[in-house]
Design a protein around this ligand. Structure first.
Ligand SMILES: [Zn+2]
Ligand SMILES: [Zn+2]
Length: 286
């Protein structure tokens, strides 16, 4: 099979011919149909993060494909089933985080396309308990980004406690933000999209945003406050200034969810006095 392999943190991806992997007892072998590219893949390939992947490795944690083989101990998955292979490749299943439904915080988790070879290949093996069925009615290409950008933003909206009739502002309408906006609307909220690019705001309007604010030409705080503020702000821009703006847009009892974190994790915006009583929650998502 062909695979896109990282052979060095200062080298481009190399297309290599590799043997098709054999599934271990708890794994499935998936013939990949689509594999999304996430910025995390680029961080992985460059070795940007403190815990680096072992070389060589195949990135990709948005892989979708069809199960071709199942390991001897696998139950509940079938050959021919379409599944997604997400970032959370496996977790210990027994720690405090795992048993409370927060496997994404497990300190023993193994991540696809990082500690485990990922989906940027014609085949990948994955732990059967961590692959997710993909309905036939959803195309693999459309399903792929939902396994990272999708779960990240779904979780952000979920932890915000957003309720029908509330209003949510989404700061940053990119690959993640346009999904956060749609989830917020599915939760029953009215959405306000904030970005600095007119194209992205046009997309947000097409997707049903009630209001859009161009932060390059206008003041999102003034514009959102004029609308009465928001109950929830979800931030997808890694810029301390945006954090501050999002915080300042909240109504009383508002909730701020940070998907992106500013460089150096400095959140000085919270040190200042603001007129609104708020709670802040960082949403580590996947
Ligand atoms: Zn990702
Ligand atoms: Zn665990």
């Amino acid at each position: 099979m062909r695979a896109a392999v990282v052979t060095g943190f200062d080298k481009p991806l190399e297309i290599q011919e590799l043997p098709v992997p054999e599934p271990e007892p708890y794994q499935v072998l998936v013939r990949i149909e689509a594999s999304g590219l996430c910025h995390t893949d680029i961080h992985a390939a460059h070795g940007d993060w403190p815990v680096k992947p072992s070389l060589p490795f195949t990135p990709g944690h948005e892989g979708v494909g069809v199960i071709e083989k199942i390991g001897s101990a696998v139950t509940g998955r079938e050959v021919g089933e379409r599944v997604a292979i997400p970032w959370l490749g496996s977790a210990c299943g027994t720690c405090e985080y795992c048993v409370s439904g927060r496997e994404n915080l497990c300190e023993s988790q193994q991540n696809t396309g990082y500690a485990l070879d990922g989906g940027h290949a014609e085949y990948a093996v994955a732990h059967a308990g961590y692959v997710v069925p993909v309905p036939q009615s959803v195309s693999p290409v459309e399903a792929a980004p939902l396994t990272c950008a999708g779960v990240t933003t779904y979780k952000a909206v979920k932890v915000s406690g957003l309720r029908p009739s509330e209003r949510a502002a989404i700061f940053g309408i990119g690959g993640l933000g346009h999904l956060a906006q749609q989830y917020a609307q599915i939760f029953g909220a009215q959405t306000i999209a904030v970005d600095v690019t007119e194209d992205k705001l046009r997309l947000a309007r097409e997707l049903g945003a009630a209001h859009t604010v161009n932060a390059a030409t206008g003041d999102p705080v003034a514009e959102i406050k004029a609308l009465g503020g928001v109950d929830v702000a979800v931030v997808l821009a890694a810029n301390p200034r945006v954090l501050e703006q999002a915080h300042a847009c909240l109504r009383r009892g508002g909730r701020l969810v940070l998907v992106s974190l500013p460089k150096d994790n400095a959140m000085s915006a919270f040190g200042r006095t603001t007129p609104c009583a708020t709670t802040a929650g960082a949403g580590s998502s996947r």
